[in-house]
Write a protein that binds this ligand. Sequence first.
Ligand SMILES: [Zn+2]
Ligand SMILES: [Zn+2]
Length: 410
Amino acid sequence: MRQSPEAGGRTPSSEINLAIHSPNWAGQMPANRSNNVSGEENHRGQTMRAAICQEFGQPFEITEVELAPPGPGEVRARVRAVAICHSDVIFADGGWGGDLPAVYGHEAAGVVTEVGAGVTDFVPGDHVVITLVRNCGTCMCCERNMRGSCETRFPLDARSPLCLPGGGAIKHGLKTAAFAEEVVVEQSQMVKIDADIGFDVASLLACGVITGYGAVTNTAALPPGRDVVVIGTGGVGLNAVQAAALTGSKRVIAVDLSADKLAAAKEFGATHVIDGATTDVVKAVRELTGGRGADYVFVTVGAVVAMKQSYAMLAPGGASVLVGMASADARSTFNPLALSDDSRRILGSKMGHCNIRTEIPQLIGLYRAGKLKLDELITARYGFDEINTAMDNVRAGVGLRNVIIFGEPQ
Ligand SMILES: [Zn+2]
Ligand SMILES: [Zn+2]
């Protein structure tokens, strides 16, 4: 696994290392542990179908695998809907490395089927949102509202619940492996929801919505009346747009390369849109803001060019909030004098710094009140057997969120 310079010491220059080697939800193994579930850790669980990545950049293979029963503190659920996130595509294409074969998928909703020892928050039949945010709630990161960086190691960090029928190891990708009919996850990765919420819209809350929305409300703690720019208005960025609009921003300026996504941004509350393919984005933002620049820029894509644009369009005291995950070898530069002289800031935002147990119910409340758009985020629904088509559409940037639906139509 690639390591960032920061793993061995500070990066001594103006270069920001945006590559946190691999996101910690890659499921790195502790030293001298391995993901190999063969041998004594082999298990004979229930058989189900999963979409396995055997080789980076190649289509998934849907095949029978074994899923271990939930251990203490763990829960098994039948997946009813799983949205495809760009992180799934980056992993499947090898951008963050990791072991193979693997099952990815981390933005899911389903029904609890079995609980492990000590689980009291869930019972079979509960409808749940299933996320990759495995967290203890009490470590230093959790206490500081950085549950996505939780420092506690769980049994599932060292032992994949998945294996091939012959006993070969399968990586529990993104700590969830929801491109499968069933999952076993740690109980902190689930949030109970009301049974009348559609599984398709509920799945979006597991990653795309909280990542975009939380970047605004938590990471930036955006005050009202500010000039906000959102670069990238797909399934994450539109949630930053609607959060900024709901906060009462002065202007919400959406930037994208796609006319369709800019049209969607207007529906989600953008006051202005900029086509980044044909426009000098930095100049356009300065013109729209009377020359001042933006108070907050949310970069929801992993492209380095967008990050550089964000630093250049900040008003004095403004903050660039990096939400999108770059590939592991990406590097970005900035002018340090502009930061110190104008008190500009660059903030990292992982998973919107959300406490899923409290904030997902709040978001559902906003959805019920008609203030949060979720249905409009779903561009297309696919059967499980169509997952490779759905992945290709995400790769091609088609649509906002593409969702795999299991079982009966919803
Ligand atoms: Zn995601
Ligand atoms: Zn923790």
